[in-house]
Design a protein around this ligand. Structure first.
Ligand SMILES: [Zn+2]
Length: 590
């Protein structure tokens, strides 16, 4: 099986591996059974699937982007059905294909909230209408159908939608929410129809000239303030910015537009250096779900939308395929283990929309309307994140390894079977709990091959490159140091100054109130970074400042009772699974 991203050019080629156990295989099982069923149940209950059943009725239920959730679920069901060991969902896919196709207009337009008597006109809200955004997800679902051989008929629906878009937007216009760009390039990759690629390129190039109506958050909210070619850093709504960047990479790769590729890579580098939380999460502003300025990274106001995490994985993977630069694997590793793994509940039936890095008050149950907070919710009015994770996790085997003419590159570590670069490999590891990765050669050609295991930035010095004639049965071992380590923020990140965090391998650790000694509040903890942290704890002291009527003083505040304490820590992705709690990743230092 192939995956969601299949470039025709690039430094390395994608391959799909079979995850055979461990951290992500377990989540794939929960995803393919519980999460997809849960999602369908909610969308039926709220009428989002029902909207497709009654084309011609004026009133639709949900929001202007609710159609996209049905498409994302269809995409996820395709990947899951084709995944080795996955749960087949062919009957549901057949039903969804009929449902979706039944709502498509004769000219290929498909959106249940526009264009019919009593509804707003098609494309009448270029700001926020999400017509093309939804079409993009439809097209991506149709690509998944084509690549997996599932959902017969869905590809034709996607093609009709794309043909309509090419006719309607031949000369001008684009969508307030990027997404269709990357979808059109992928449809070009499936069909070979050049007009889809040209349309995607036009959408990328038209953007950035303030041609959309001005938004209350400014043109930068939807990346219409500066052409992406001349941008310096990602800005505005984080998910929009990352989807656009992914589409721009796709266009750049297929058209040989190195200037565009370099522009995106440069902006991603700067975004990672200045606008990314320790977890790999992106987004610092709740009001407009946007990046902050450089170094605006307050842990207690971190937005870090789960979809921004999904989009970061998608973008980094595209840049990895284009350039072969293994550094992109580092951010994928970080986001998977600290954003995606955090968002989803163990049973796959609730999730975080925003992934805060600090919870100051014991988390309350979230509500349908309120996306941020310290507890996972079964569903939100805007439930983009759960189906986004469902399609990512179901296709996760496409993100772990690549090949080129010289051999195989392993970018992520899990128990898995890899068939690539002329070799068959079995990988065994307890990663991320354990740093030993053992690769057993099952088959290899009688010519030299290069097997490259990514050495994460925190494991510098390890050697991951092996070139020789490999023999069946031989083993290659990579031993990554999993000693807990202190991590300090850039001093320009004001909200983090004077704090440190603990990381273990790719895992960001946190302190949760549930684990602290009786009476120790997380606001009162200071950690001693002169003492090496242990996996489950750091040494420090309890240092309660004296309360006063005004929180500013002419001198440094004295501390009441600076008692030594041990601060228990746990992986950030495990927090908020034991009832209401407070939590922090960044810990003030003594
Ligand atoms: Zn989302």
């Amino acid at each position: 099986m192939t995956g969601p991203v299949e470039p025709r050019r690039g430094a390395v080629r994608p391959v799909s591996v079979r995850l055979t156990g461990g951290f992500w295989a377990r989540r794939q099982t929960v995803n393919g059974t519980a999460t997809m069923r849960h999602s369908r149940t909610w969308m039926d209950r709220l009428g989002w699937t029902g909207n497709f059943r009654a084309p011609g009725t004026a009133v639709t239920r949900g929001r202007e982007f609710s159609d996209s959730e049905v498409y994302k679920l269809a995409e996820a069901l395709c990947w899951e059905s084709a995944r080795p060991g996955g749960e087949p969902h062919d009957d549901e896919l057949a039903e969804l294909t009929a449902l979706i196709g039944g709502a498509q207009d004769a000219d290929g337009y498909l959106h249940t909230a526009y264009g019919r008597p009593g509804q707003p006109r098609r494309y009448s809200d270029r700001h926020f209408g999400h017509d093309l955004y939804c079409a993009g997800h439809l097209i991506q679902a149709s690509v998944a159908a084509a690549r997996t051989g599932r959902a017969p008929g869905l590809l034709d629906i996607g093609i009709r939608a794309a043909d309509h878009i090419c006719a309607e937007f031949a000369d001008d216009g684009f969508c307030g929410h990027p997404e269709v760009e990357t979808a059109l390039v992928e449809l070009y990759r499936v069909t070979g129809e050049r007009r889809y690629l040209d349309q995607a390129a036009a959408f990328v190039n038209r953007r950035g000239h303030r041609s959309l109506p001005e938004h209350e958050f400014g043109w930068q909210y939807f990346q219409d303030a500066v052409p992406i070619r001349s941008g310096t850093v990602f800005h505005g709504h984080a998910v929009r910015a990352l989807y656009l960047a992914a589409g721009a990479v796709d266009v750049a790769v297929e058209t040989g537009d190195d200037e565009l590729l370099e522009a995106v890579a440069r902006q991603f580098d700067r975004t990672l250096a200045r606008r990314t939380h320790l977890t790999g999460g992106m987004g610092s502003r709740h009001m407009d779900e946007s990046f902050g300025e450089d170094f605006v990274l307050p842990p207690d106001r971190a937005y870090s939308e789960t979809c921004a995490g999904v989009a970061t994985v998608q973008l980094a993977h595209r840049l990895l395929l284009a350039t072969g630069d293994p550094r992109y694997g580092d951010i994928v590793d970080r986001v998977l283990h600290n954003v995606i793994a955090t968002s989803i509940a163990d049973d796959g039936r609730s999730f975080f929309y925003a992934n805060t890095l600090q919870q100051r008050t014991p988390s309350e149950a979230p509500t349908f309307k309120k996306f941020s907070g310290g507890a996972r919710a079964p569903w939100f009015e805007v439930s983009c994140c759960l189906n986004n994770m469902a399609r990512l996790i179901a296709s996760l085997g496409s993100y772990f390894a690549t090949e080129d003419s010289g051999g195989v590159q392993l970018h992520q570590f899990a128990p898995m079977r890899v068939e690539a670069g002329g070799m068959v490999l079995d990988v065994d590891t307890g990663y991320p709990d354990d740093g030993v990765v053992t690769v057993t050669v099952v088959e290899a050609p009688a010519v030299p091959r290069t097997l490259t295991l990514r050495v994460p930035e925190w494991a510098a010095g390890a050697d991951g490159v092996h070139r020789r004639v490999f023999q069946a049965g031989e083993r290659i071992r990579l031993d990554l140091p999993m000693r807990p380590r202190w991590t300090f923020p850039d001093p320009r990140a004001d909200a983090l100054r004077g704090c440190a965090a603990v990381e273990v391998g790719p895992i960001v650790m946190c302190a949760e109130s549930t684990d602290q000694e009786d009476g120790v509040h997380l606001d009162e903890i200071q950690v001693d970074t002169s003492v090496a942290p242990e996996a489950g704890a750091a040494k420090g002291r309890r240092a309660k400042p004296a309360d006063s009527g005004w929180p500013y003083r002419s001198h440094r505040p004295a501390l009441e009772r600076p008692d030594p304490v041990v601060v228990p820590l746990l992986p950030y992705h495990r927090w908020a699974r034991r009832g209401p709690s407070t939590m922090r990743i960044w810990l003030p230092t003594t």
